[in-house]
Design a protein around this ligand. Structure first.
Ligand SMILES: [Zn+2]
Length: 344
């Protein structure tokens, strides 16, 4: 069993009305290249669909099922879809985005691949973490992947959950631009804008002072890239279900010398934000200050969402281990009080 990535990029269609886009095929090819050269994935973990497989829903789903079946409970299943997306408001199942395959026809919904089938196979896969990257029209309508209940995680351990990263943020938006962004490096200028910017982040890494890019790093970096690009782009969206922002997904390929250590946060809320994106690296710095550690645990405990509660419990467990000196622990605890009672 091993982590697996499947790249689905249907860019050629029998129906002239759908319109073939070289950017789709090019993006898919680049995903394969970039993932294959990432030490966390590698060529053996990545597969791209052939032109023949892309022709039919059966070809795509058979490949997806095979890929899903190859994952085990410690693995990640990553599915990338680049292509046309469509949505019919009068379908019996509401909010169902359809993906195009080579034999799809513009106004014949039955010739498209329902996202429900893709979701079903991904949900049922044994992989602990399931990630769908969808670069298509109507992708803002794709729901989160749902899935199994969360396992009680320990600090820094990979958790069970799902992540859906889409080219469009707003569900009312229908059109995801396909024509390449001229501000991207030549290698990615022939990709769709969302995939081009995402691939640039994966290949160049980020300035975050960490060896691995987490789900949170990826979201922040792609969002910032697209916001700052002078071409002007639509905002992407990421929906998580039980997956932590701090889960590592890719290698950070930025040279260590080019990364910069962030200045230490001064407010508990800033620490909380930082620790949600990267649970491990900033923690060592936080624990240097027992007063602030207490403030951060108190702040997180006051928030009601499960991720904050979970993170508060993790940091508290670490603090209990780390502050062995009774005076240090007492100072820590005086900041945590009165929201929490001491552990036995
Ligand atoms: Zn751009």
């Amino acid at each position: 069993m091993a982590s697996r990535a499947l790249v689905i990029g249907a860019g050629k269609y029998a129906d002239q009305e759908i319109g073939s886009w070289d950017e789709i095929t090019e993006s898919a090819r680049r995903y394969l290249e970039v993932l294959s050269s990432d030490a966390m994935w590698g060529p053996g973990a990545c597969r791209i669909l052939t032109d023949e497989e892309l022709q039919t829903a059966d070809g795509v789903m058979t490949a997806l099922q095979d890929t899903a079946d190859a994952t085990g409970p410690d693995d990640t299943l990553l599915v990338v879809y680049v292509g046309h997306g469509k949505y019919w408001s009068d379908l019996p199942v509401s909010d169902q985005v359809h993906f195009a395959v080579g034999s799809s026809y513009k106004d014949r919904p039955w010739t498209w691949l329902s996202s429900w089938y893709v979701y079903r196979v991904m949900r049922k896969a044994d992989a602990r973490l399931k990630v769908l990257i969808a670069d298509c029209c109507f992708s803002g309508r794709l729901p989160h992947l749902g899935g199994e209940s969360v396992l009680p995680g320990i600090l820094g351990e990979r958790d069970q959950g799902t992540c859906v990263f889409t080219a469009l943020k707003d569900e009312r938006e229908s059109y995801a631009p396909a024509a390449g962004c001229t501000k991207l490096p030549t290698r990615f200028a022939g990709c769709t804008p969302f995939s081009g910017h995402l691939l640039k982040v994966l290949e160049q890494g980020t300035r975050d002072d960490t060896d691995q890019l987490t789900i949170g790093h990826l979201r922040e970096a792609v969002r910032t890239e697209m916001e700052r690009c002078p071409t002007g782009h639509k905002a992407p969206r990421m929906s998580l279900n039980n997956a932590r922002e701090s889960t590592p997904l890719f290698t950070n390929r930025m040279d260590e010398g080019e990364r910069r250590a962030r200045p230490a946060p001064v407010e508990p809320a800033e620490w909380a934000r930082l620790l949600k994106v990267d649970r491990l690296s900033p923690l060592a710095d936080l624990l240097k200050d027992e007063h602030m550690t207490g403030d951060v645990v108190r702040h997180l405990s006051s928030l009601t969402d499960p991720e904050s509660q979970d993170l508060a419990a993790d940091i508290d467990a670490k603090a209990n281990e780390f502050f062995v000196e009774p005076d240090t622990f007492a100072r820590y605890w005086s900041h945590v009080e009165p929201t929490r009672s001491p552990q036995a």
